[in-house]
Design a protein around this ligand. Structure first.
Ligand code: CP3
Length: 335
């Protein structure tokens, strides 16, 4: 089985020789070659120049025997295309301006021409698909509507759940419309799988998740059905797994705090799972990584449909030799 066959078999819960493995945020500052690239170009330039984006996409594949590539980009180019200005300042994280601070600000958001605004992304996906072996699946991605609303309101989406629920729904609708087009664009350009990073939706209660996150994620998946398989990721997802299992996604990506046995019990035969090693594991030693990766593999046992990954994005202080130990342990079936 090649990596693409194995990855798609995992997503659709078909028989496979072993679980595939990749890492969320696998291109990044823990790699010396990425730091070198970043010393010459800022992050936004890396994403928007298709040649550089493909170079960053390929870096982890050249070092590790990963079963998937993920296009090098960011979830926040969607709010940018809707009219906010995106900046990344050293040590501060991303910032969108002007902030959406009241329902009146929604009228200032535009419906972008996705083909034009995301030409950099479709070009990067097309180039990556040509350059990377056809045996390796290429993952395209978007942020989840709720997660993007949280960044667009500068961490106030949860406040809007109580204060402006109708306006929040209007914002989520606007974001969802754009996401459908951005997913379809990546799929048409060659993405084999789509991951939706609804990273922050787990901050909602189960009830609120079903009102302010799930319907919008489900709409993206239903409207862009031709782009499946979909992987849906939320941090802190234990309490919403049941709801996530009805999103239409083929795979749910689980955080390290949720026990894999509990997750399997909740989702049953409905969906495949991805995860859920603790990113901090990669700051330890190759021996310890091997032990913990083997432990995860034995918990999964013969269950069909698992993708080995971290439970959130890799930390920039991760040791490349620990990443290698994780990948090699999966390839050698835990031995
Ligand atoms: O997985 C991959 O390798 C693909 C690339 C990818 C990036 N961001 C590159 C990136 C993906 C899938 C993302 C998703 C993303 N971006 C999320 C959801 C997943 C998650 O990890 O929570 C979120 C919330 C964002 C928004 C974002 N972009 C933040 C919060 C930050 C700052 C974090 C930091 O490490 O400084 C970014 C910047 C960013 N996106 C970097 C990378 C490699 C670091 C940029 C740098 O080199 O300075």
């Amino acid at each position: 089985m090649n990596s693409k066959e194995r990855f798609l078999a995992a997503c659709f819960r078909k028989p496979y020789d072993r679980p595939p493995v990749w890492l969320m945020r696998q291109a990044g500052r823990y790699l010396p070659e990425y730091r070198l690239l970043r010393s010459r170009h800022d992050f936004i330039e890396l994403c928007k120049n298709p040649e550089l984006s493909v170079e960053a996409t390929m870096q982890p594949l050249e070092r590790f025997r990963l079963d998937a590539a993920i296009i090098f980009s960011d979830i926040l180019f969607v709010p940018e295309a809707m009219g906010q200005t995106l900046t990344f300042n050293e040590g501060e994280g991303p910032r969108l301006s002007p902030v959406i601070s009241s329902p009146d600000d929604l009228s200032g958001l535009k419906k972008p021409d996705v083909l034009a605004a995301f030409k950099f992304l479709s070009d990067a996906v097309t180039r990556a698909r040509k350059k990377i072996s056809p045996d390796i699946p290429l993952i395209g991605f978007v942020g989840g509507p709720y997660t993007l609303a949280k960044y667009m309101t500068r961490d106030n989406a949860k406040g809007w759940v109580r204060k402006h629920p109708e306006a929040l729904k209007e914002l989520l609708e606007k974001i969802t419309d754009v996401l459908i087009d951005v997913v379809e664009l990546q799929s048409r350009s060659g993405a084999d799988v789509i991951q939706i990073f609804d990273t922050w939706a787990g901050e909602l209660s189960d009830d609120d998740y079903k009102k302010f996150a799930l319907p919008y994620v489900s709409k993206v998946i239903a409207e862009a059905k031709a782009c499946e398989p979909f992987i849906l990721y939320c941090r802190k997802c234990g309490h919403i797994l049941e709801a996530m299992a009805s999103s239409g996604a083929q795979v749910l990506s689980i955080d390290p705090e949720t026990s894999i046995e509990d997750a399997i019990a909740i989702v049953g035969e409905r969906v495949a799972l991805q995860g859920n090693l603790d990113p901090k594991l990669l700051l330890t030693t190759p021996g310890f990584v091997k032990q913990e990766t083997s432990r995860l593999l034995s918990k999964i046992g013969g269950r069909r449909g698992h993708i080995i990954n971290l439970g959130h994005g890799i930390l920039q202080t991760s040791l490349p030799e620990c990443v290698e130990a994780m990948v090699d342990t999966v390839i050698h079936g835990g031995k």
